[in-house]
Design a protein around this ligand. Structure first.
Ligand SMILES: [Mg+2]
Ligand SMILES: [Zn+2]
Length: 179
């Protein structure tokens, strides 16, 4: 079975300053995102993006905008194995929107992932909650939405200052675990 890193997108890989980043001009990399991705890509994990994109459900932008923005981002920081997105608005009461763990379970089924040996990295408490529901190890990145009421990081296994710090902790944590 595979081990995976599930990355939140906005606030972890790219900055989330304008609320719904979706245009080329909104793309600015999060602090140390490129360095973090480089470290993570050497650890032997499958890499996935798992993201809520309610801006689509709200009619603010299209799925094509989402794809174009994500592809432009990945060109900057390195590719991932797959991208999972919830396009619903909160009001849709769908099954996939974080903190639901459905996207993790879908990814695990599709890519043969052992969730208990996998990590979720996010900048909001709903990312951490999703990871906990699925039995993953959770890392909170405080350079994202930290400080707002939806983002305390308090229940995460580790609070990282940015993606590079998260990657370094994961590398360290992996060396401690018996196979
Ligand atoms: Mg985020
Ligand atoms: Zn959804």
């Amino acid at each position: 079975m595979n081990k995976a890193i599930f990355l939140d997108r906005d606030g972890v890989l790219n900055s989330d300053t304008n609320g719904y980043p979706h245009k080329p001009e909104h793309l600015s990399l999060a602090k140390n995102a490129r360095e973090g991705m480089k470290l993570l890509s050497n650890l032997g994990f499958k890499m996935f993006i798992v993201t809520n994109q309610s801006g689509v459900g709200l009619g603010i932008y299209s799925r094509e905008d989402f794809r174009n923005f994500t592809n432009a981002l990945l060109k900057e920081i390195g590719d991932v194995d797959d991208v999972f997105a919830c396009f619903h608005a909160k009001e849709d009461e769908c099954e996939c929107r974080k903190p639901s763990p459905k996207m993790l379970h879908d990814a695990a089924r599709k890519h043969n992932v052992e969730l208990g040996k996998s990590y979720v990295i996010g900048d909001q408490d709903r990312d951490i909650q999703m990871g906990k529901y699925a039995g993953c190890i959770t890392v909170f990145v405080s350079s994202g939405a930290f400080g707002t009421e939806k983002s305390t990081g308090r229940s995460a296994d580790y609070i990282a200052s940015d993606l590079r710090d998260a990657a370094e902790w994961i590398a360290e944590n992996e060396t401690k675990k018996p196979e």
